[in-house]
Design a binder for this molecule. Structure first.
Ligand code: FE2
Length: 255
C-alpha cells in the first residue's frame, strides 16, 4: 500500500515513457466518442459484467459523457488499493510494463480511437485501458494479483516462461470470465471494452472451460480472431492462487 505514490525516480526504466495527460486538449468530438462507446457497452455490461467490475466502475468515478481524467481516477483508487493509472506514451517494452505493474502503476494510454473505428483498435487506447481495465484495480484481491504478476515477470528473462505467463495474463486480465449467480460474467478488459468480443461470449459462440492453470498455460493466444475458448473462475481469489502456483513453478524451473 502507498506504493502508488512512488515517483518516477523509483522507476528508472519506466520514466522515459511516462507522460502528462493534457486533459484540456481533448475536443468535444472526443468526449462525444467516449460517450458513444460507453453508451453502447454499458447496457450489455449491466447484464453481463462481474459485480467486481460494476462496483469498481462506481468506485473510480468513471463518467459516461466525458473522458476520464487520470489524476482524478487515481485519487479515488490509490487510497483503496494503492493502484495508480499512470499516463504513458504508448506501447511499452515488456520489462517496463512489468516494472510498472510491480509498483502498482498501470500504464495507461491517453489517446482515443476515432468514430470510424469504434469497435476495434490494433493498439490499446484510453477506452480499453480505463473503461476496460481500471475498475478491477479497485478490487483488493485483483489488485494484489496484478502487482504479484508484475513482480514475478520482472524477475524472469526466459522467453518461453514469459510466453506462458503471458497466457495467464491474457485469459484473466484481458479475457477473463467468472461464474456468478449461476451465469457467466465478464471481467477481462478485452471483453469489457469490445462489443463484438462480449457478444461472442454471451451469444454462446465460445466454449467455456473451468479455469485450470495447466490448460491456461498451454493454450496459445490468437489475436486475429474471436475467441473459441475461454476459462471461467469461481472467484477472483482463484486467479490470485493460480499466480502463487505459477510463481512457485517458475522458481523451481517447472513452468
Ligand atoms: Fe489490455
Amino acid at each position: 500500500m502507498g506504493e502508488g505514490r512512488m515517483t518516477t525516480e523509483t522507476l528508472p526504466t519506466a520514466a522515459s515513457y511516462i507522460i502528462r495527460q493534457d486533459y484540456s486538449a481533448y475536443s468535444s468530438e472526443q468526449h462525444a466518442v467516449w460517450a458513444e462507446l460507453v453508451g453502447r457497452m454499458l447496457p450489455e455490461l449491466q447484464k453481463h459484467a462481474a459485480r467486481e467490475y460494476l462496483e469498481g466502475f462506481e468506485i473510480i468515478g468513471l463518467e459516461k459523457d466525458r473522458l476520464p481524467n487520470l489524476a482524478s481516477i487515481s485519487a479515488r483508487l490509490e487510497p483503496r488499493t494503492g493502484w495508480n493509472s499512470t499516463p504513458v506514451s504508448g506501447f511499452l517494452p515488456a520489462p517496463v510494463f512489468f516494472e510498472m505493474l510491480a509498483s502498482r502503476r498501470f500504464p495507461t494510454t491517453t489517446w482515443l480511437r476515432s468514430r470510424e473505428s469504434l469497435e476495434y483498435t490494433p493498439e490499446p487506447d484510453i477506452f480499453h485501458d480505463v473503461f476496460g481495465h481500471v475498475p478491477m484495480h479497485s478490487h483488493m484481491v485483483f489488485a494484489e494479483f496484478l502487482e504479484r504478476y508484475g513482480r514475478v515477470c520482472a524477475a524472469i528473462s526466459n522467453a518461453e516462461v514469459l510466453e506462458k505467463l503471458g497466457r495467464l495474463f491474457w485469459y484473466t486480465v484481458e479475457f477473463g470470465v467468472i461464474r456468478q449467480d449461476g451465469e457467466i460474467k465478464v471481467y477481462g478488459s478485452g471483453l469489457i471494452s469490445s462489443h463484438g468480443e462480449c457478444l461472442n461470449v454471451m451469444g454462446g459462440h465460445c466454449a467455456i472451460h473451468d479455469f485450470a492453470l495447466d490448460e491456461v498455460l498451454n493454450t496459445p493466444v490468437k489475436v486475429d480472431e474471436m475467441h473459441k475458448l475461454l476459462f471461467a473462475v469461481n472467484s477472483i481469489d482463484q486467479i490470485y492462487e493460480a499466480m502463487g502456483e505459477a510463481e512457485h513453478r517458475a522458481q523451481c524451473g517447472q513452468l
